[in-house]
Design a protein around this ligand. Structure first.
Ligand SMILES: Nc1ncnc2c1ncn2[C@@H]1O[C@H](COP(=O)(O)OP(=O)(O)OP(=O)(O)O)[C@@H](O)[C@H]1O
Ligand SMILES: [Mg+2]
Length: 376
């Protein structure tokens, strides 16, 4: 029997846990022509959630466009990837696709080729030296054009949006701002990790996209929702896990989807059919996971300053959200002053080891958190 817990990659219908409220909220935003910025830590389930929300929209009245900005490195690849995604969702036949691409993105000099499976693909004859601001403006006007032509709501999702911070200048940010302001019947969803960078982009007054989208922070999945999801998957394989153990497991991973699935994956595979999960088997599964990661964790740990290590120990060992700049915290973990603590936090944020969470911080990698707890 195949392991029912998957981690890494997008989760589809069969292995999607809850998120009913989030799906309803997103769907409402998608249908209302709004702009929304969904942010969360890495692997919290952003892509899975948004793709599921898009798949539930009516094909009759909506045109969903998903653009992954991960492979882009500047305005040209941004323009080309966006134009390609818009062309591919709008037309499936080569001739019509070329016609549409020429009408919407004539400046990018489109051509259509067939791949080995006979599916049309669209290419563009621009490169970094030839792309102009007006070309970018033409691409960003296209969603509105499509909404007008098709009489459908167009929903544009930019995934890995923080990638545009790597482009070298803010041309794309500025052009997005000025293009999308007037769009009607077009919704925009910006998805991003590296929460602090994304927040800077939308909350810093000096940035072009300042306050241009509603905020939607995506958090972990509650234990009450993991309970039936995990229990039923063990039950189907005649493996027993009770409520208390699921609660324990979720407290180790803090309900973070990726780490919860990963731990369940190991626990499921180390439990025999007919057997039962107990506290010892959870500990064993966690030990196994930490052993696999230990080389990377040791390397990371040794690269950190003493104060960074102290701050991480404090964060890892606190049950409720800690106040890392308080005198209690700095005294208990040997940081001595709040400015030492602040400097360590800023450096760990830059390295993406921690992220902001309400008025505190979380260790992004939940298994690193457990590894640090085991140190002391
Ligand atoms: N609703 C869910 N139910 C169950 N597991 C989930 C859910 N959402 C995410 N996961 C788990 O988390 C993993 C990462 O999901 P996904 O790729 O959607 O996250 P992401 O936030 O887009 O990640 P990245 O930061 O790498 O882009 C999945 O492979 C799966 O193990
Ligand atoms: Mg993703």
């Amino acid at each position: 029997m195949e392991n029912p817990f998957g981690y890494g990659g997008v989760v589809g219908h069969g292995s999607f846990c809850n998120r009913t409220q989030e799906l309803a909220d997103l769907q409402e935003m998608m249908l209302s022509g709004s702009r929304c910025f969904v942010y969360a830590e890495r692997r919290m389930g952003k892509t899975s959630l948004v793709l599921k929300a898009l798949s539930r929209l009516s094909a009759k009245s909506c045109l969903p466009v998903y653009i992954d900005l991960w492979p882009t490195d500047g305005p040209t690849s941004f323009a080309v990837n966006t134009a390609r995604a818009l062309s591919l969702v709008s037309e499936t036949r080569a001739g019509r696709m070329l016609e549409l691409a020429k009408a919407l993105f004539g400046r990018l000099r489109p051509s259509v080729t067939m791949d080995d499976a006979g599916k049309p693909n669209v290419q563009f004859g621009v490169d970094n030296t030839t792309l102009k601001k007006v070309d970018l403006a033409e691409v960003l006007q296209a969603p509105q054009e499509l909404a007008n032509r098709t009489k459908k709501k167009v929903i544009v999702v930019f995934d890995e949006f923080q990638q545009i911070l790597q482009y070298g200048d803010d041309l794309v940010e500025r052009q997005i701002r000025s293009s999308i302001q007037q769009h009607k019947n077009v919704s925009y969803v910006f998805l991003g990790s590296r929460k602090h960078l994304m927040q800077d982009m939308f909350l810093d007054q000096s940035r072009p996209l300042y306050r241009s989208a509603a905020h939607y922070p995506l958090g972990p999945i509650a234990t009450s929702h993991w309970q039936p999801f995990i229990a039923s998957r063990f039950r189907k394989a005649d493996k027993k896990i009770d409520k208390q153990q699921i609660t324990e497991l979720c407290s180790r991973t803090e309900g973070h989807p990726f780490y919860t699935q990963h731990l369940c994956h190991v626990l499921w595979s180390t439990t025999e059919s007919g057997g039962a999960v107990d506290d010892a088997s959870i500990n064993k599964a966690v030990d196994e996971l930490l052993r696999r990661e230990s080389h990377a964790y040791v390397t990371l740990w040794e690269s950190l300053t003493r104060n960074e290590q102290r701050l991480l120990r404090g964060l890892a060992n606190s049950e409720s959200p800690p106040k890392p700049f308080s005198s209690d915290f700095t005294r208990q973990y040997g940081l001595r002053t709040s400015s030492n603590s602040q400097r360590a936090a800023e450096s760990l944020l830059r390295k993406d080891v921690i992220d902001r969470e309400s008025s505190s911080f979380v260790i992004v990698d939940r298994f690193l958190r457990l590894w640090i707890r085991a140190l002391s």
